[in-house]
Design a protein around this ligand. Structure first.
Ligand code: GLA
Length: 403
């Protein structure tokens, strides 16, 4: 569905649920990371793009309860609540914004609660609102469905409160929501690209300085395919935090403030001083930061075979050294390698946090249809389950669609 179609759909859902049209509509995209995995919280580089999959929210000021009773409408029971209707699961969350917002139930609403709290902490008074939302970012697919929900909430609140945030501050506010309300100590990549994505561009982000460089990705000869293994990934389960702690332990032993400042040689020299896991985690991060910069050069030069090789190397490193892949993701990458450049695949790797979710493949554009079919069939044969496959061009970041 195009963004325009999504916008009218969420508008219609709002109208059906609340009995009047929305005043604001906001959208924020998911993302796919082409390369640079588990480097963001090590002050390294990442190379993601926003995708044409979005969370979209429609909202209006909540009616005073007397008006509501007259109209016989659903929504906030009093003028101190933000009511959020999830149009997919048909569930409503109520957030009392007359007090500082804290964690609560249902669980999914914590992303919205965290962002609302972030606005409150900046002294912004949140009005009572009626909200309805839908999302085409697959849940738990490693395509940042949670960042899309957070950034969409922030974008909607900017419209509804008139408080416009600086884009980097907005990404940081959403990252804090994820840390404190969802319990995932994530880096900055997902929220950043959901805010700052650009059509036809990858974003080369230096996670230390937060400087970005736009890398054009509009060569009609190539396409990116996203292959969802449909194995749900769960970053809250603790493995993500464990990897982060192992990286910090390695940096400490190496005497640097983050692995961004470590070299492969220094790591090799210090090998005897660290636990084997800590060593391998650091080896992944140091290698991945280099691969990301090389891949950006390769993309600028349309050197697709080199970019593809870097993607495969990234996958091997994530599988063997970082240990965040899974059998299903490995199966997709094996299938891609079997098809090879002759068959139209330059490279493939797992994308996002790992432990399930999606792989991303770089293909010759004219081979997309045939390769999608072949990956589907071979994946089903290898794993016994079905993958979901789609391609996306680099999309723009979050926006207010109606105000
Ligand atoms: C998740 C996190 C990101 C990043 C990736 C791995 O998506 O939210 O900050 O660390 O994992 O690259």
């Amino acid at each position: 569905m195009t963004l325009k179609e999504l916008s009218s759909r969420v508008g219609a859902e709002f109208q059906t649920h609340y009995g009047r049209p929305p005043r604001w509509i906001a959208a924020a995209p998911g993302r796919v990371n082409v390369i640079g995995e588990h480097t963001d919280y090590n002050d390294g580089f990442v190379l993601p793009m926003a995708i044409e999959r979005y969370t979209v929210m429609a909202a209006d000021s909540a009616l005073a309860s007397s008006d509501r009773a007259k109209a016989g409408e659903a929504g906030s029971s009093s003028a101190k609540n933000v009511s959020v209707f999830d149009t997919h699961f048909k569930e409503t969350a109520t957030i009392d914004v007359s007090v500082p917002v804290t964690k609560g139930q249902p669980k999914w609403a914590n992303y919205l609660r965290g962002v609302t709290a972030g606005f409150q902490q900046r002294g912004v008074k949140i009005p009572a609102l009626d909200v309805a939302f839908l999302s085409t970012v697959p849940l738990g697919g490693g395509l940042s469905s949670s960042a899309a929900l957070e950034v969409c909430t922030a974008t909607l609140l900017e419209a509804a409160t008139g408080k416009k945030l600086d884009p980097v501050e907005k990404a940081l506010l959403c990252q804090k929501a994820e840390h404190e309300f969802a319990g995932v100590p994530c880096g900055i990549m997902d929220q950043f690209v959901s805010v700052l994505g650009r059509e036809n561009h990858l974003i080369l982000l230096d996670c230390r300085s937060r400087q970005t460089e736009l890398v054009p990705m509009n060569d009609p000869a190539v396409a990116l395919l996203i292959i969802n293994t449909n194995v749900k990934h769960e970053l809250g389960s603790g493995e993500y935090a464990k990897r982060r702690a192992e990286c910090e332990a390695a940096a400490k032993i190496l005497g640097v403030s983050s692995l961004r400042d470590a070299t492969a040689d220094a790591l090799e020299e210090a090998r005897g001083k660290m636990d084997g896991n800590v060593f391998r985690r650091a080896r992944h991060v140091i290698g991945e930061i280099e691969r990301t910069l090389h891949a950006a050069e390769g993309i600028r030069a349309s050197n697709w075979p080199t970019v593809g090789q870097l993607m495969y190397a990234s996958h091997r490193s994530l599988r063997d050294d970082y240990e965040v892949s899974c059998a299903e993701l490995d199966a997709v990458v094996e299938i891609a390698e079997e098809i090879g450049i002759q068959g139209g695949v330059y490279g493939c790797r797992m994308t996002g946090g790992g432990f399930g979710g999606c792989a991303v493949a770089l293909l010759k554009a004219d081979a997309v249809a045939g390769i999608s079919k072949k990956i589907s069939a071979d994946y089903l044969a290898k794993t016994g389950s079905a993958a979901t496959i789609f391609s996306s061009r680099p999309a723009a970041g979050a926006a207010v669609l109606k105000s």
